[in-house]
Ligand binder design. Structure first.
Ligand SMILES: NC(=O)c1ccc[n+]([C@@H]2O[C@H](COP(=O)([O-])OP(=O)(O)OC[C@H]3O[C@@H](n4cnc5c(N)ncnc54)[C@H](O)[C@@H]3O)[C@@H](O)[C@H]2O)c1
Length: 330
């Protein structure tokens, strides 16, 4: 029987995060009895979840997934774990030893805690970075990983996510932990931080426009990303938790390839500044994600298996992001 979110208790590792804070909102709205947010605050900050301070069903637990005992303690009495704690490519580039440890041993500890605390459900935050440079007209979950041509840190991040996926599948097979991995595309939205290499482009474009400057695009502007609004990602996490499926790896992507030029124009339109035509500069980025002029991520599997369909268009999501920036003082 599908699992009901209402009335149950959840642990979110890395809970003081962009996605964790929206996931907490979605869990509360769905009637969860308790939402425990475990975070070392290595990257996230308490202000991400400040809006939840007065909510009696939410508890922030300061803890480190690299310490097994802390994850086991946090998982006591919990019905499901959302394994979000992780280092994205930019923080991984800053601190490779810590990033690799969190994305591998940290995930191992989370699965061990699920097993030991008899918490049978785990949803893992993987990434489309796990495809690396794989190319297909439509990129589905059965595509192999291609690391050729990637920057090393981008490959290490993608491979660390692959490792988490396979470890979870192993725990599903060997210990009966119900595990599903979701490969998020480029997540953006309200409470966006500066650690996500692709979403940073939306922020940088907005900030340039606010200063009255022309936005800067690196390269010729044809590079594409699949931008997925954070509330859609949170709903996908809930759907995966509620599902009876296990051992699955699924994309949470929109399927829409948006070029940098297109995104810049969407921001310009939302800011009512169409005269600030983008400038094109040589690409000197130290850290780049995979992706050229076509990605084509399929979202068919997530729709089929867990009934997930993204709701927020890029146009609406950018307008929401800008409203949030304006409301939070810039
Ligand atoms: N944002 C994206 O575009 C995106 C895309 C694909 C996958 N993901 C994955 O989704 C997850 C959440 O992403 P986000 O953008 O919300 O990231 P984020 O950087 O906001 O959150 C990661 C959180 O993990 C916490 N953390 C780090 N090390 C920890 C440790 N040892 N113990 C406990 N907590 C620790 C950080 O303090 C932070 O709050 C990550 O695993 C990320 O790799 C994100």
């Amino acid at each position: 029987m599908p699992h009901a979110i209402a009335g149950n208790s959840y642990l979110v590792t890395g809970g003081a995060s962009l996605i964790g804070s929206h996931l907490a909102d979605a869990l509360l709205a769905a009637g969860a009895r308790e939402v425990r947010l475990l975070d070392s605050l290595a990257l996230g900050t308490p202000d991400m979840i400040a809006h939840l301070q007065a909510e009696p069903r939410v508890r922030l637990v300061r803890g480190d997934i690299l310490r097994l005992n802390e994850v086991i303690d946090a998982a006591q009495g919990i019905d499901g774990i959302f394994a979000l704690a992780g280092f994205l490519t930019l923080p991984m580039a800053e601190n490779p030893p810590l990033g690799v440890a969190v994305n591998t041993i940290g995930v191992l500890h989370t699965l061990e805690a699920a097993r030991i605390a008899s918490c049978r459900r785990v949803v893992f935050s993987s990434s489309v970075a796990a495809y690396g440079n794989a190319v297909a007209e439509t990129l589905a979950e059965d595509a192999g990983t291609v690391v050729t041509g990637l920057q090393p840190v981008t490959a290490v991040y993608g491979v660390s996510k692959l490792f988490g996926e396979q470890l979870g599948r192993l725990y599903a097979q060997k210990y009966g932990v119900q595990f599903n991995a979701l490969r998020f595309a480029s997540v953006y939205g309200e409470r966006q931080h500066g650690r996500a290499v692709n979403a940073n482009f939306i922020a940088a474009t907005y900030e340039a426009v606010r200063r009255g400057e022309r936005p800067v695009i690196t390269g010729d502007g044809r590079e594409v990303h699949d931008y997925i609004h954070v509330t859609d990602v949170a709903q996908g996490c809930l759907a995966a938790m509620a599902s009876d499926a296990s051992g699955l790896v699924m994309n949470l992507a929109t399927g829409r390839d948006a070029s940098l030029t297109e995104v810049a124009h969407l921001v310009l339109a939302a800011c009512d500044a169409p005269h600030l035509e983008p400038e094109y500069h040589e690409d000197r980025r130290a850290v780049r994600s995979a992706g050229g002029t076509h990605l084509g991520f399929s979202r068919a599997k997530a729709e089929r298996e867990i009934g997930w369909v993204p709701k927020v268009t890029l146009e609406d999501g950018i307008r929401r992001y800008i409203r949030w920036r304006e409301a939070s003082g810039g």
